[in-house]
Design a protein around this ligand. Structure first.
Ligand code: SAM
Length: 394
């Protein structure tokens, strides 16, 4: 049997090697015997931060800073963990108690935390004043602070504060397609599709970071899961369309079907990444529905992972997909899971209820398989999704 010291050392080694689950259970075994051991609580908190389990990290680090041997770094980590859970007021208050000079990065996180907390109860200009007082000479340009604050507050569903910052942006900046649409989404619930200029600008900006952010940080795996679902119903498709192919994450999973693969996307930045992957026979920059309308019965499999989230009303998309498939052709899509009908979310994505997807596709498709998945991790939780595989009616 291991001693507590050996278990602790093993946990530290596991953390260093990125085996966070093993490390957490060893730290917890030590804490079962020594529940108030500050350094163990701190090490567990850091491991949970590395594993991006921020709410648990904040809880454990909060226990660590209540122990007698607390060190300034522990409070600094607790403040960072609180920031990552969206507890901006708590983060700002904790940074204030660290008790030793902070590095530049921590000062800026503190300043942002205090500003976002201020935006909940005050004006954007007041939030910027708070930011400036803390950031001092390190202060970033106000538009950057407000723009990023807007996105972060939306991600944490602090919509009143997000609107406060959105209004400031509308007044102080030229309306760009991304911010303009993201602001409208907070007030106009009946927008039935993401505008093409928004999608194109969003993904052109995102293309270089997309794979790292989605796959490494958010655990996105829908292309592989959807391809597995399709493979349960057919092992060969001669003409395959990856609709909204993005950087081509689906490409390697579609090759198993041994057909000619076409990728279509609005974003040239995303298409350039897909071209680098080398899995596609043809890549086309086009809007999805326009492209489908120009390809009568042109494909045997239409595959579309995480693209229906940019369409509210799905009927036009299903009609166009049906026109691009022969009878018996397969359509495989993923959605973000909603309750009823379609809902425009503060994230500017759409969620769809299962009954709605069935009803909107029914004129053209028989649904023959579906599954629940976790689409990705988000700011506070995981986002539920659904996969659907359908066959074009004869
Ligand atoms: C979240 S990414 C998913 C990319 C890829 N399917 C994957 O699973 O990694 C959504 C992609 O759909 C594209 N997209 C969204 N709406 C579109 C539309 N109306 N027409 C064409 N592409 C669209 C975007 O440009 C983006 O590359």
């Amino acid at each position: 049997m291991s001693t507590l010291q050996e278990t602790f050392d093993r946990a530290m080694a596991a953390t260093a090697e990125g085996r966070f689950d093993a490390a957490v259970s060893d730290f917890q075994a030590v804490l079962a015997a020594r529940p108030d051991e500050g350094p163990v609580l701190f090490s567990l908190g850091v491991t949970l931060m590395n594993a991006r389990r921020f709410p648990e990290a904040a809880e454990v680090l909060n226990r660590a800073v209540a122990t007698p041997d607390v060190e300034p770094l522990w409070r600094n980590c607790l403040a960072q963990a609180r920031y990552m859970t969206g507890d901006f007021a708590g983060a700002a208050a904790t940074f204030e108690t660290v008790g030793e000079p902070l590095g530049d990065g921590a000062v800026l996180t503190w300043a942002r935390a205090a500003a976002y907390a201020a935006a909940e109860t005050s004006t954007a200009d007041a939030a910027l004043a708070v930011y400036g007082r803390i950031a001092g000479p390190l202060a970033e340009d106000p538009t950057t602070v407000i723009r990023e604050g807007f996105s972060i507050l939306v991600a944490f569903k602090r919509l009143a504060a997000a609107r406060t910052l959105g209004d400031w942006l509308a007044e102080h900046t030229v309306d760009d397609p991304i911010q303009g649409h993201e602001r409208r989404v907070l007030t106009e619930q009946d927008i039935d599709r993401a505008p093409s200029d928004y999608v194109e600008a969003l993904f052109d900006n995102f293309a270089d970071r997309f794979d790292e952010q989605l796959v490494d940080n958010l655990g996105y795996d829908a292309p592989a899961l959807l391809a597995d679902k399709v493979a349960a119903h057919g092992d060969r498709f001669a003409r395959i369309l990856d609709l909204g192919c993005g950087t081509g994450l689906a490409g390697p999973h579609l090759r198993r079907f041994q057909g000619r693969i076409t990728g279509v996307d609005l974003s040239s930045g995303m298409l350039a990444r897909a071209a680098e992957r080398g899995d596609y026979d043809q890549l086309v920059q086009a809007e999805a529905i326009d492209f489908l309308g120009r390809a009568p019965a042109g494909f045997d499999l239409i595959f579309s992972a995480d693209v229906l989230v940019y369409f509210g009303d799905l009927a036009p998309l299903f009609a166009a997909a049906a026109s691009a498939l022969p009878p018996g052709g397969v359509l495989a899509v993923s959605t973000e899971r909603g309750e009823e009908g379609w809902t425009l979310l503060p994230s500017a994505r759409y969620a769809h209820g299962e009954a709605y997807v069935r009803q909107a596709s029914a004129p053209w498709f028989d649904l023959f398989d579906h599954a629940e998945i976790s689409l990705r991790r988000d700011a506070t939780d995981t986002t539920p999704g659904r996969l659907y595989v359908m066959r074009r009616k004869g």
